[in-house]
Design a protein around this ligand. Structure first.
Ligand code: ATP
Length: 378
């Protein structure tokens, strides 16, 4: 993302992705990697991204409806007060509720304990076309289980590989897996827990367990470090998000999800019927008045669809330009090719718009003739 592009100076997927040698000890939880700007910039950007994300989600949903296999799964982990709930609500508020599926994972029930630890996770995976959000996840089985000794070491030790294999299968079957770990500093967590105690409207969020978990801070940090080292894979990388500034973590997760969905190259499904033929059939049962109204809406309808398409395509071009070096001739050539494609598609749409208007003008005339004829026959 170029400078002046709403505050991101680097793709957050690059800035926040776990790389070999990552050390949680040295991780600054109050930092804003890749983002140049203030809270108000983050918020302004969020609005802009909301519209785009909503359009992309609708395309994914439409794809799922016609037999597409793709879906997106956002795994959200973090210690108490890191903002998991806030982030999930934020992401979900930006898209159509029917397009997202949220699952929170608490302590396993008796029934769940009788099964393999991935059993309850498999049952909660997003169907094709959906964005799934996990508030806590299978990672608890190598976090709290490890820290609190809820299973013998040899049991949780083999889970890292099992998780990698499970996520590989998931990705191979069409689910994009995004894993976000919200990392708050110990001081900030203390302040947030105190807030919960102070405010009568927040006390319900507090549990004695939060203090106990906080007492195991170092053990949790080690367990998270092991998760990042052992389960950040090419197919399902971890993004570690500094969470002391809530606005930053929300902005970052929104951007990573949006960029990921832009890269999915989501289009609108092509129907297996011809709109011109279908229009003829529909018009038979419409009055000339209704057809006239529809005719006058045509340009606005088609132009707003073209504008939304163009917004997505502009983002696709922006991503390609950012991925390539400025002096990189192939990247430039690709950018030109994409722009040419955008232009050609727009020209095609406009030509179709012309033909649609002509057809509708004819249909209005036909309806009028039908109506006059009908009245004459009375
Ligand atoms: P949160 O703390 O996420 O806001 P909450 O306080 O409402 O949620 P629950 O959602 O009921 O509580 O449960 C969260 C708790 O469940 C956490 O303490 C977490 O460690 C625990 N948990 C989740 N998965 C497991 C698991 N597989 N084994 C044991 N404990 C688990």
């Amino acid at each position: 993302m170029g400078k002046g592009h709403g505050g991101w100076t680097e793709d957050p997927r690059e800035a926040l992705r776990v790389r070999p040698g990552f050390s949680l000890d040295e991780f600054d939880r109050g930092a804003k990697p890749g983002f140049h700007g203030k809270k108000s910039d983050g918020k302004a950007l969020g609005k802009d991204r909301g519209a785009l994300l909503s359009e992309l989600q609708e395309r994914l949903f439409a794809e799922g409806r016609i037999g597409g296999k793709r879906s997106v799964l956002c795994v959200v982990q973090g210690l108490d007060t890191a903002g998991k709930g806030g982030v999930t609500r934020h992401v979900m508020s930006m898209v159509d509720p029917q397009g997202v599926a949220l699952h929170s994972f608490g302590p396993p029930t008796e029934e769940e304990l009788e099964h393999h630890f991935l059993w309850r996770i498999r049952g909660a995976l997003p169907r094709p076309g959906l964005i799934g959000v996990f508030d806590r996840s299978h990672y608890e089985d190598v976090l709290v289980v490890r820290v609190d000794d809820l299973a013998p070491r040899n049991v949780w030790e083999r889970r890292y590989d099992e998780i990698n294999g499970f996520e590989k299968d998931l990705v191979d079957s069409g689910t994009i897996v995004l894993k976000f770990a919200l990392m708050v500093s110990k001081d900030e967590q203390g302040v947030r827990l105190m807030d919960r105690l102070d405010r009568p409207d927040k006390r319900w969020k507090f549990s004695r367990n939060d203090v106990r978990t906080r007492g195991r801070w170092d053990a949790y940090q080690q367990a998270y470090q092991a998760v990042f080292e052992r389960t950040s894979t090419d197919w399902a990388p971890w993004y570690v998000i500094p969470a002391d500034h809530k606005w930053y973590s929300r902005t970052a997760i929104t951007e990573i999800l949006t960029q990921t969905m832009i890269d999915m190259d989501l289009g609108w499904p092509e129907p297996d019927w011809d709109p011109f033929g279908m229009r003829e059939e529909l018009a038979v049962e419409m009055s000339s008045r209704a057809l006239k109204t529809s005719l006058s809406d045509t340009v606005d309808n088609v132009e707003s669809a073209i504008a939304e398409d163009a917004a997505v395509q502009r983002e696709e071009v922006a991503v390609q330009v950012e991925d390539g070096d400025i002096d990189d001739a192939p990247a430039r050539a690709e950018e030109r090719a994409t722009l040419a494609e955008v232009k050609a598609q727009r020209a095609e749409r406009l030509a179709e718009l012309m033909r649609t208007r002509q057809q509708k003008e004819r249909l209005v005339e036909q309806a009028r003739a039908r109506e006059t004829h009908g009245r004459g026959g009375e």
